[in-house]
Ligand binder design. Sequence first.
Ligand code: BTN
Ligand code: NA
Length: 596
Amino acid sequence: MDASLQKRFAPLDYGIFSLLLAASLAIGLYHALAGGRQRTTQEFLMADRSMSCLPVSLSLIASFQSAVAIIGVPGEVYAHGTQYWFLGCSYFLGLLIPAHIFIPVLYRLRITSAYQYLELRFSRAVRICGTVTFIFQTVVYMGLCVYTPAFALNAVTGFEIWGAVLAIGLVCMIYTTIGGLKAVIWTDVFQTAVMFAGQLAVIVVGVQKTGGVMEVGRKVWEGNRIAGIDLNPDPTERHTFWTLGVGGVFLMLSLYGSNQSQVQRYLSAKSEREAVRSVYMVFPALQLSLALSCVMGLVMFARYCGEESPPLASSNRDAMVMYFVMDMLEGLPGLPGLFVACLFSAALSSISSSFNSLATVTMEDLIKPRFPAMTEARATLLSKGLAVFYGLLCLAMAFLTHLMGDSVLQVALKIFGMVGGPVLGLFCLGMFFPWANSTGALAGLGSALALVCWVGVGSIVTRVSGAKPLPPSCRAANTTFNLQGALWNITVSRPSGLQRFYSLSYMWYSAFSCLTVVFVGLFISFLSGPLKEEDVTPGTVYPCLGKLLCFLPERLKKKLCCVTPLGHSLSAPQKESEDRESPEAQTLLVEDETNV
Ligand SMILES: O=C(O)CCCC[C@@H]1SC[C@@H]2NC(=O)N[C@@H]21
Ligand code: NA
């Protein structure tokens, strides 16, 4: 980008930014020296299952709110309008279902890795497949999280990309490796606060510099950026109420229901009730962060829509967001540093959660079952070594990220759909369908991954990445403009056949892959001999049929294989003092440890 547009940092900016990194390191160091000094895997990986709901909820938000959303969502709203905001409608079911179905089932099994559930319900093979799929998804996501802030910074300030990547990667590796899950959660709390502060600063200064709230409102209205509810049922339509509101529910379930990063936070809560409470506390904070990033996109539109050719309009939209921020905050020493601290906080909180959960599942699902006699000290040391290994892998992934094209937000959501969706399907198949067996689960997972990766790769290769950006102009609608508007609305010739398959909205990938696992899984299970109630491990099936058909007599419900609820009836709240382990799960876990 030409030097005239390049923005410079004041010394105070560097000061604030370094302060953030230092604070994160300090929190990590504190947890390395305080408490149990991270000498057991229970403390290093599970925070001694002692966390209360507030830090858990802030850590849940921070884990999947990275620079990808903080830069990607404003860019999305700037180019396409506020349709994306309807994603907030998916947060209701997307959080209620994890709170009242996934947590009760997973928490009472007292597991460490979410994928232990897959072995308890199906078989070790299914568990290994789930773990490997999760590892792949998380490594790619980490690369995206590291690269995004570094790329945006470099595009606008000339900040050396690999300097930023190393800064993020090293700081994160240090405090995650020495401080364990406690450090990750408490740094997430601090970093979430910095994230909100940074976004708020840009919005307040941006509105003030663009002529005030009324002026911004008028411009975004005339610029056709306020989207109404779009009930178009066409699944190839990129963002509609259905793709965001319904497809988004499956996306949220794949993150908050069956993703180790989030499940590990639920399991680190000191009681099931604390875990459920933390999910309820996530809801308002997620809505707020979605609102902040959408409003930031609107302010950015209002700021540049009057100009003939907005700066950087030609280049990557994510870089343009960073330019907008520096354009707004320049001349206010400290604020550019605050926003960069916000970006790095977003990245650090997501990457540290990923490091820690990768180390956890690798230990619990891939190493411990092979070496059951390993001493606690060696296991903890190995977990720390894994955190370093995954840190280096993440830096390598950052290289690959910039090959993916698209806006980083779209890439991230595609990955979650292509890889997170099938794993969600395994959990749904296991929890809601007692007849499903491990043959069906493996067949379902394989077919879903094949199908949804075919769609995903196809859409990238054939570049049917969906809607065109709206005209970037906010001048009052005059005749020529209307004509131009009309021209913009001509729909390209409707794709047919394979093209139509590739142009499936990426927001449907989670739902599509999840339902493929369920349908194929059930079909193969019935072909290969469905399980009976007594074959299913107690506590691994959620008796949703029993709840839905609660009006039926017990006899009939038994017949319909609505298996009896978990160790404790699901409706009874978990008493604090009562020992969490249901007798069946307890005996089971003993077997699990022995039959290695
Ligand atoms: O920001 C990221 O790191 C990934 C993109 C957002 C992931 C999803 S979108 C729905 C939910 N709300 C969030 O803030 N993050 C997740
Ligand atoms: Na984050």
